[in-house]
Design a protein around this ligand. Structure first.
Ligand code: UD1
Ligand code: CA
Length: 461
């Protein structure tokens, strides 16, 4: 079988009532169209042909090199859309798998089964069908007394009797390519919608005595097609269950899967425990034996093994092994917490490195800073990194003790082993081993000598 996959994604998606093209609406954090593109790539090495139209440029930007493109302009229906793809299909191709970009939950296994039946029965057309009580506006699969498929009737054209049929068209088909190209030009516009319906080809094949087969989906949730935002939420819930089950079977504990939100591209190590109302988003990787939540939001971040994040927001950050954060802290882009860092409550770290074993327990802001190992950042200490125009760096070397409520006015460097007194406003560099205190801070040369009269030097002016 020489196969090409054609994905239809040109429609406007009017029923979404959105300025964003329907197929770009995200599902579990990934634009809808990428699911079908991804599934197609599991079937054949050839990139799928994506028929684009409405919002074509935006769709192209998102899908990039993962597909080849054909533009359908104007959009005159699904039959018209497939016709546009002909020029992009290699003449060697003998089988065309056509599917719709608004069916993101279909699995490669279901499509493989469709292809197998199509090949084994040497059919002209084989369609993937689904049995559901709620028809969702899908086309009905009309069979005769012997159970042979006769036609697909769209909802708007169905007789009251046909409307009760439970077997529905998923919009995914295998076609004999030569037969398809020959017959597409013979489609007529549907009188109700004025479109060329791909589904009219079924009755055409039947009328010619061709073999038409149907393959029912084993799991009807795979056919949760998306036409409205109600469908979008249903598909999101189904996908969430699928993703959560996958991680549980891989050794991750989800205390309450119904309130655990893991996006499609996240990776989680075994024996990690996730508590309710936790969101893992974007390109996030979690190590083994972590404890996340309740109420954690972690986006585009990497966490090493045995990290703890409680009721906190972590975005664009890196946490090495054994870091604990929260409750109520915020790690922002470029925060890098080395092994064993403790960051307690109401802390914020942005674009900064905190060295191994450093502690920052209460009410602190650290921005644009490089902090060494085993530093203690006292309650309420702040890097004043912004002068109203520009951002400036702070450097804190190993073993420093920053007293409570210290303001570090950047650019500034605190030398190894130095200390600051409570409430110090540090405007100058502090040499290693010395103590700075007061407003503005004065420096006492060595911490050991602290209290010895005469060792004081006024650096505050
Ligand atoms: C279609 C099927 C219906 C099936 C249902 C399953 C037809 C006529 N009907 O109905 O039998 O049960 O899907 O989901 O095929 N598209 C284009 N160009 C167009 C029109 C549509 O590329 O001119 C694309 C859309 O972007 C979408 C797909 O084709 O991805 C399906 O179009 P849509 O309007 O959603 O068809 P349905 O009404 O859902
Ligand atoms: Ca649809």
């Amino acid at each position: 079988m020489n196969l090409a996959v054609v994905i239809l994604a040109a429609g406007q998606g009017t029923r979404m009532k959105s300025r964003l093209p329907k197929v770009l609406h995200p599902l579990a954090g990934r634009p809808m169209v990428l699911y079908v593109v991804h599934t197609a790539s599991a079937l054949t090495a050839l990139p799928p042909i994506l028929v684009v139209g409405h919002g074509a440029d935006a769709v192209r930007r998102v899908v990039g090199e993962r597909a080849r493109y054909v533009v359908q302009e104007p959009q005159l229906g699904t039959g018209h859309a497939v016709r546009q793809a002909r020029s992009a299909v290699d003449p060697e191709v003998d089988t065309l798998l056509v599917t719709y970009a608004d069916m993101p939950l279909l699995t490669a296994e279901a499509l493989r089964k469709l292809m197998e039946v199509h090949r084994d029965r040497q059919a002209t057309v084989t369609l993937l069908t689904v049995e559901r009580d709620d028809p969702r506006g899908f086309g009905r699969v009309v069979r005769d007394g012997q159970g042979r498929i006769r036609a697909i009737v769209e909802q708007l054209d169905a007789t009251p009797e046909q409307a009760t049929i439970r077997e529905l068209n998923t919009g995914t088909y295998c076609f004999d390519a030569a037969w398809l190209w020959e017959h597409l030009p013979h489609l007529r516009r549907n009188p109700v919608k004025g479109e060329y319906y791909l589904t009219d080809l079924i009755a055409m094949a039947v009328a010619e005595g061709r073999r038409v087969e149907g393959v029912p989906l084993e799991d009807p949730t795979e056919a949760l097609g998306i036409n409205t935002r109600v469908h979008l939420a249903e598909a999101e819930a189904a996908l969430r269950r699928r993703i959560n089950e996958r991680w549980m079977l891989a050794g991750v504990t989800l205390v309450d899967p119904d309130t655990t939100y893991i996006e499609a591209d996240v990776v989680i190590g075994p024996d990690t425990v996730i508590y309710p109302h936790t969101h893992l988003q974007g390109e996030t990787r979690i190590g083994v034996e972590c404890r996340l939540g309740p109420n954690a939001i972690i986006r585009d971040s990497t966490l090493g093994d045995r990290c703890i994040v409680l009721a906190s927001v972590v975005e664009g950050a890196t946490l090495e092994e054994g870091v604990d954060v929260g409750p109520f802290s915020h790690l922002r882009k470029g925060a890098h917490l080395a092994r064993g860092v403790h960051m307690g409550n109401f802390g914020e770290v942005k674009n900064s490195y905190l060295g191994p074993g450093t502690k920052m327990g209460h009410f602190s802001y650290v921005g644009d800073a490089t902090i060494g190992a085993n530093v203690n950042i006292g309650a309420g200490a702040i890097t004043c990194n912004y002068d109203g125009e520009r951002k400036h760096p702070t450097v804190i070397e190993d073993g420093v003790f920053i007293g409570s409520d210290t303001m570090l006015v950047a650019p500034v460097r605190v030398g190894k082993g130095a200390r600051t007194g409570a409430g110090a406003v540090v405007t100058r560099d502090i040499p290693p081993g010395s103590l700075a205190y007061g407003v503005p801070a004065r420096v006492r040369r060595s911490v050991e000598g602290a209290g010895a009269p005469g060792s004081e030097e006024d650096r505050g002016s």
